[in-house]
Design a protein around this ligand. Structure first.
Ligand code: FAD
Ligand code: COA
Length: 405
């Protein structure tokens, strides 16, 4: 049985679709949609009931995401980040105080920001340089994160950082819950939102650089994953697998939306005295698009239901990587083919396809590139570690690494 919020998402989708061009052309955040999602209970629907959410699982969330992504890619990204990734890491691994603090913000409409990437640590995320050094009962954060989705509009931030003890010894990677309300001006000293990227698509979402200069964070906001800091990165990335499923689902939803536009247009537009739908060349294109979308949907459902090893609460790494890889590459092709079916009209911003085409291009990059996901999948198929550094180890002296024979 599908979750009741899937039907609610279907009801909200037409107004999201009507407003999608507005957020794109004005490069403004979709606050009005966020309010409707909040009122509907979609923001934070995955939060357990004891903390005020609906306790929805990742499959339920994915089905909601698909319905919204068909209408507005930007709004679907808000739904993913309000239910997967950072918030799900907190709800799975956080202390009760952390959960009780974060849940109400998300349920009231906040989309938490997950802060991993740095200027010199993109795909090589384990080479991050942001540090959190212990000082009494606090940690002092220093470093720069960039391409942070929601930078400047999100209040909750899960900041990945190298945790150092007072002597400066590297204990591993942890996540810090940092609260900052930039809209209301309630921001910790030393936390700066720097430049916003002028992106090709998803233009209503700020992608910002965040700088931390001696930002003091109480030790109670350190999220220590179950295996401890030494394995902190792996555990946090394990939670991030949910967001990879979410990102793949957005891409698939956009492709499904484009397929719908194409199907309607083929029946409506006539050339050579008959509807485009009668030309076999286009029928076969449409059949391939439909088949690809369906295959991606099944892979994403499978990944959303999967669980990693050792009692993990999160999707399996390889299942998530496969599904995101397939869905993101498929969606670029399907949206492009749908645009092609509209001829010149598809190239105009009078139709949504040019926006969808720009939006969907992102999904083979953000959240683990197609190349990185292939490397992870290959490692799983071969049953070997696939270290990418020359020599097979990272220079960080305190992190034990596999060394290629
Ligand atoms: P690089 O790592 O510099 O890669 C450049 C190219 O080289 C890519 O094609 C890559 O696939 C390839 N490459 C790199 N290493 C290898 C290898 N070993 N083998 C083969 N090919 C390789 N990050 C966050 O932390 N939080 C966010 O909220 C967030 N949101 C984002 C939103 C958008 C719209 C985008 C575009 C990015 C976002 N990111 C975010 C950052 C994103 O995760 C990174 O862009 C991504 O991990 C790749 O890093 P990079 O851009 O530095 O590329
Ligand atoms: N799920 C679960 N565990 C994961 C994981 C994931 N998605 N990604 C990595 N890990 C684990 C690894 O299995 C490994 O554990 P092990 O030591 O028990 O084998 C540990 O984390 C370190 O991973 P490894 O692949 O050895 O790290 P690396 O130093 O070679 O770095 C990554 C490679 C993980 C950073 C790279 O593959 C990657 O995912 N880059 C993209 C980063 C990203 O998605 N950023 C999104 C920001 S929004």
């Amino acid at each position: 049985m599908t979750h009741p919020l899937v039907d609610v998402a279907k009801e909200l989708a037409p107004s999201f679709e009507r407003r999608a061009a507005h957020w794109d052309t004005t490069r403004s955040y979709c606050w009005q949609n966020v309010k409707e999602l909040t009122d509907a209970g979609i923001m934070g629907m995955s939060i357990p009931q004891e903390f005020g959410g609906r306790g929805a699982n990742f499959l339920d969330v994915s089905m909601v995401v698909e319905e919204i992504a068909k209408a507005c890619t930007l709004t679907a990204r808000v739904v993913v980040e309000a239910n997967m990734g950072g918030i799900s890491a907190v709800m799975a691994h956080g202390t009760n105080a952390q959960k009780a603090f974060c849940a109400p913000y998300v349920l009231a409409g906040d989309k938490p920001a997950i802060c991993i990437t740095e200027p010199d640590a993109g795909s090589a995320a384990t080479e991050m340089r942001t540090t959190a050094r212990k000082s009494g009962a606090s940690y002092i954060l220093n470093g720069t994160k960039h391409w942070i989705t929601g930078g400047g509009v999100s209040k909750l931030h899960l900041v990945f950082a190298r945790v150092l003890d007072e002597a400066g010894t590297d204990l591993g990677i942890g996540g810090f819950i940092v609260f900052a309300d930039h809209v209301a001006g309630d921001v910790p000293d030393g936390f700066h939102v720097m430049g916003r990227e002028r992106t090709m698509g998803l233009c209503g979402m700020p992608e910002a650089e965040l700088c931390f200069e001696d930002v003091e964070v109480d030790e109670k906001w350190l999220l220590v994953p179950p295996s401890g800091l030494r394995r902190g990165f792996a555990d946090l990335m394990s939670a991030y697998n949910s967001q990879r499923v979410g990102a793949g689902t957005i891409a698939m939803g956009v492709a499904a939306g484009a397929l719908g536009h194409a199907q309607r247009y083929l029946l409506e537009r006539e050339q050579f005295g008959r509807p485009l739908a009668e030309f076999q060349g286009l029928q076969w294109m449409l059949a391939d698009m439909d088949t690809q979308v369906h295959a991606a949907r099944l892979m994403l459902y499978d990944a959303a239901r999967s669980r990693g090893p050792d009692g993990s609460l999160f999707p399996d790494m390889t299942a998530a990587a496969r599904a995101k890889l397939f869905a993101s590459e498929m969606a670029i092709k399907v949206v492009s083919d749908a645009l092609q079916m509209f001829g010149a009209r598809g190239y105009s911003d009078r139709e949504p396809l040019e926006r969808m085409y720009r939006d969907v291009r992102m999904f083979t990059i953000g959240g683990g590139t197609a190349q990185i996901l292939r490397t992870q999948i290959a490692g799983n198929v071969l049953g070997i570690k696939t270290p990418q550094t020359r020599g097979g180890y990272v220079q960080s002296p305190s992190v034990p690494r596999f060394v290629a024979e």
